[in-house]
Write a protein that binds this ligand. Structure first.
Ligand code: NAD
Length: 359
């Protein structure tokens, strides 16, 4: 039976990346019943809403989506589609495998990490009080009453981390480790400084770890982790992090495996899952058929696994790995020199992957 999947091309380079990914997914032989839906800046400009109700309804129905990146203009009233999506579907777990493939230029060829980032809490919860506003003054007055003074000219962001939120993200990390044969989970925090938020995260992580004795567990302070990741990445396996550290360490790890064009991701909730690359819409490359679709294709591989199509996932990942290893029919960012005239376009790379899969 065909899998019902919501396909959101997004904007910027999103549509060309989504098309390259769709054709490769279809070439695996798995049957998809695509429900094409829109989101992003083009949709906003055309109809005034970057995240239409129909797109949300489709995701609620299919419970599985694959999405190209969407632009969030800085300093406008425009709300991030990604934030809305995570909130509406409670996609609390962001899973970002970061694996070095042979043929990609990287100083870290041994890297094979999985980052599990909490998606709903922490400084990203959106609880902010602008400097100079009456609300800010009330928060400062309350803090003063509680014995903490904050300078009058401060902006204030609140960092909530709950037992509930931590338990489910750490469970999600252990679940991933078990399902995909990983041996260790590392909880990342700054509990030495933020005792009641990161301290709670660490405490709860330890409790959850005690329920999974078959998987090793350790913790690292986030600054030390960054240092160790770039000196001994092979020592790390699954990392579980609160939202902000997860965001930053994801980009660090993407750099370690050859850049944003290589880093896939999944946002998973209790009921639904949306698969998308770590990178953004790279708008300056829009319509040029140049950018690397690997990150979205590998997100597609994650989606195949989520749908129980393990055999197709292996074939698709192996074909991508083989095209990268050979290095002929790859996009500019995977060439030794970015101006290499032998680089192929986004869709030609997809065709090379299909050819490899069928060979
Ligand atoms: P970006 O990831 O879009 O691009 C930064 C640079 O990385 C690009 O200029 C390009 O050189 C490189 N790059 C990114 N993807 C690539 C690919 N597939 N192949 C080759 N090179 C690639 O980051 P940005 O410029 O900071 O963000 C652009 C827009 O995307 C912003 O509006 C941002 O809010 C949005 N964004 C969306 C998502 C998402 O939809 N999930 C994620 C991050 C950023």
């Amino acid at each position: 039976m065909a899998h019902a999947v919501t396909l959101i091309p997004g904007d910027g380079t999103g549509p060309e990346l989504a098309e390259a990914t769709r054709v490769v997914l279809e070439a695996t032989g798995v049957q998809f019943d695509w429900d094409l839906q829109q989101a992003g800046i083009d949709e906003y400009e055309a109809h005034g809403n970057p995240f239409p109700e129909a797109t949300l309804e489709s995701l609620l129905r299919t419970q599985v989506g694959i999405k190209g990146p969407t632009t969030t203009p800085v300093g406008s009233g425009f709300r991030s589609v990604n934030v809305l999506l995570r909130k509406e579907l409670d996609l609390y777990s962001c899973i970002r495998p970061c694996k070095s493939y042979e043929g990609v230029r990287t100083r870290y060829p041994e890297t094979d990490l999985v980052i599990v980032r909490e998606n709903t809490e922490d400084l990203y919860a959106g609880i902010e009080f602008e400097q100079g506003t009456p609300e800010n003054a009330r928060v400062r007055a309350l803090l003063a009453e509680l014995g903490s003074t904050v300078r009058e000219d401060s902006g204030i962001s609140i960092k909530p981390i709950s037992i509930f939120g931590t338990e489910r993200i750490v469970e999600s990390a252990f679940d991933y480790a078990k399902r995909y044969g990983r041996s260790k989970v590392t909880a990342v925090h700054k509990a030495n400084i933020m005792k009641f938020t990161d301290g709670l995260f660490l405490h709860v992580a330890r409790d959850v770890a005690a329920r999974h004795p078959e998987i090793a567990f350790e913790d690292r302070i986030v600054d030390n982790l960054c240092n160790q990741l770039v000196s001994r990445p092979e020592e790390y396996d699954v990392l579980v992090l609160p939202n902000l550290y997860g965001d930053i360490v994801s980009d660090l790890a993407a750099g370690m495996i050859g850049g944003l064009g290589m880093a896939p991701g999944a946002n998973i909730g209790a009921k639904s899952a949306v698969f998308e690359a770590t990178h953004g819409s790279a708008p300056k490359y829009k319509g040029l058929n140049q950018v690397n679709p690997t990150a979205l294709m590998l997100s597609g591989v994650m989606m195949l696994r989520h749908l129980g199509e393990e055999d197709a996932a292996i074939r698709m990942e192996n074909a991508i790995a083989s095209v990268i290893r050979t290095g002929d029919k790859v996009t500019y960012d995977l060439k030794a020199r970015r101006d290499d005239p032998t680089a192929v376009g986004t869709i030609e790379y997809a065709h090379a992957v299909i050819e490899e899969m069928n060979s």
